[in-house]
Design a protein around this ligand. Sequence first.
Ligand code: G3P
Ligand code: CA
Length: 304
Amino acid sequence: MLRVARFLSVPLLLLAIAIGVLALTSKPAQPAAVLSRFAEQPLVIAHRGGKGLWPENSLFAFERASALGVDMLEMDLHLSSDGELVVIHDPTLDRTTNGDGPVAARSLAQLQALDAGYRWSADGGQSHPYRGQGVRIPTFTEVLERFPSIPKVIEIKVPDVGMEAQLCDTLTAHQQRDKVIVGSFYDRSLQLFREQCPGVATSAGPDSVRLLLALNWIGLGSVLSPSYQALQIPEAHSGLPIASSSLLQTASQRGLNVQLWTINEQPDMRRLLDLGADALITDYPDRALQVLGRSTRISALEAD
Ligand code: G3P
Ligand code: CA
């Protein structure tokens, strides 16, 4: 027993020293330029422009959500066959438009000829109030030009097609590098984007989230030096809780803005805000604004 203890003492001592050094030299996240305009209040982020209220990822949705008073617009990027960044969530057209097949197989002109309000329904498919109303798939450039001021959460949906550099160039050309947080479910895309677009805020990719969860679980969250500014996470994944009070505390100590998705019910919104969420990414931004006691102009919008 004594021999085992002696055998383990040196590695354990080295490990303790390494952890101590890491903890002493770790740095919290660099502040995100896009978040500097906000006071400490929790943010309301319109998921796909507020997909519970109007057709997702459309100029119409972004216009309405902005008018409602949300803090940020969330949107998803794909590439058309002729290389334009377009704002749509799915890799295929079937769920949201009157088209079908892969987005990447259609030119911009073909994509923009489709009706992006065709499938939206608030009553389980009995009525489709936005059919034939001119709602279409926007280009990312159109969104930047139409909404130059409002901060945006932008998700890279396709890795390995050069979208990272194109996104960076487009943000730079429109002077909106300080108005966005870029996220992706692909860590390699985020890594590339950070290299190609330094200074632009990003969120943690899945591997980074897993590392943070693991470090927090063993009580070593303080050794983390995040290369990202925001943590965009669900409350739970595959039945496993993610957004625990302890994780949110650690994230906050590491300078991260914790943005939870996709929070649509008001009791959940209240509970997660109490837990320490910095932002709610929601399909129903009207509900979140109401929970926060902020005015919405939803009735004025309905009267339009
Ligand atoms: O920020 C992530 C959030 O957008 C959830 O993912 O599938 O709605 O794009 P998704
Ligand atoms: Ca998204």
